[in-house]
Design a protein around this ligand. Structure first.
Ligand SMILES: OC[C@H]1O[C@](O)(CO)[C@@H](O)[C@@H]1O
Length: 296
């Protein structure tokens, strides 16, 4: 698997944790026994050293982590208000300058069976170009994680990303934003997702609804819905819960789990992530009950 986009430091009021959706998804995939290659770029700074050390601890491949001499490793300040959070995403970060030529070499040498990409790393033309090169170099299904981050997206980029995707994941708020901005016909979320599937020739759309579960709509209009997990979790923050969901969904797709099972396992894992600070656990024990229960 190749995952393209940002790696960054999520700076919480009490501590700093590594983050960025492609990194988060890659970290989980590795813990679940897959071999993700993260294509990203960091600064030549202490944060890079921390990231490489963490990736080494997590047994992740660092082949795709480029080094930028002029821009810092990404940072996001996470503001917390009760159980809600907002992101202050800084401009001019190393992940905006992912190099196209290097990306192509990595793509050709890894031959991934799935490519994952999001919208944040497309805010700057340099990384947009690298993503374009990646998608041109590889013939594999493409998963787009919508991840709308105000003010760092625009409609033409989102539209182009949708045109290039086979599978699209978003949360229910993002679907509502897309429905308004793309003027998708239909009153219900399902009708709007169906319009999205047809307008962009998608295989499927995956929509998460937080504690209320998730659903998937396929190109043939069939829908699979699962309720949220009943287990009570003491929420620390919900940052990265969606990325955990995505990772388990990918594992399920690659291992051939029935869709409903993938969705409910993805929900359970995402809920557990809400019980820790930031998007990724610092040690492997966090994954043990899931690995055991899912027999992977
Ligand atoms: O994209 C901005 C933010 O989104 C996350 O990836 C979670 O999905 C954070 O780790 C990051 O700071």
């Amino acid at each position: 698997m190749a995952l393209f986009g940002e790696v960054l430091a999520d700076v919480f009021p009490d501590r700093t944790v590594l983050g960025g959706a492609p990194f988060n998804v890659a970290r989980h995939l590795r813990a679940f026994g897959l071999h993700p290659v993260l294509i990203t770029r960091t600064g030549n700074d202490a944060m890079r050293e921390e990231l490489l050390a963490a990736m080494d601890r997590f047994d992740m491949d660092t082949l795709g982590v480029q080094c930028d001499p002029a821009h810092p490793t990404g940072q996001v300040v996470v503001h917390m208000e009760q159980n809600r959070h907002s992101f202050e995403i800084l401009p001019g970060q190393a992940y905006d300058f992912i190099h196209a030529g290097v990306t192509r070499m990595i793509a050709l040498s890894t031959q991934p069976e799935l490519v994952y990409f999001g919208t944040l790393a497309q805010r700057h033309k340099v990384s947009r170009r690298a993503l374009h090169t990646l998608l041109q170099s590889i013939d594999a299904p493409r998963m787009l994680d919508i991840n709308l981050r105000d003010p760092w997206y625009d409609l033409p980029t989102v539209r182009r990303a949708l045109q290039r995707a086979d599978i699209v994941k978003m949360n229910e708020d993002e679907l509502a934003v897309l429905a308004a901005q793309l003027r998708l016909p239909g009153k219900s979320a399902q009708q709007q997702a169906n319009a999205l599937v047809h307008q962009f020739s998608l295989q499927r759309v995956l929509v998460t609804c937080g504690a209320n579960g998730a659903w998937q709509l396929n190109a043939d209009a069939t829908e699979v819905h699962v309720d949220g997990t009943e287990k009570h979790i003491q929420v620390v923050d919900t940052v990265g819960a969606g990325d955990g969901f995505t990772a388990v969904f990918i594992v399920g797709s690659l291992l051939g789990w029935p869709v409903a099972l993938s969705l409910s396992r993805a929900n359970a894992f995402a809920a557990a992530l809400c019980g820790i600070r930031g998007a990724i656990p610092s040690d492997q024990d966090f994954y043990a009950p899931f690995l055991e229960q899912w027999k992977i």
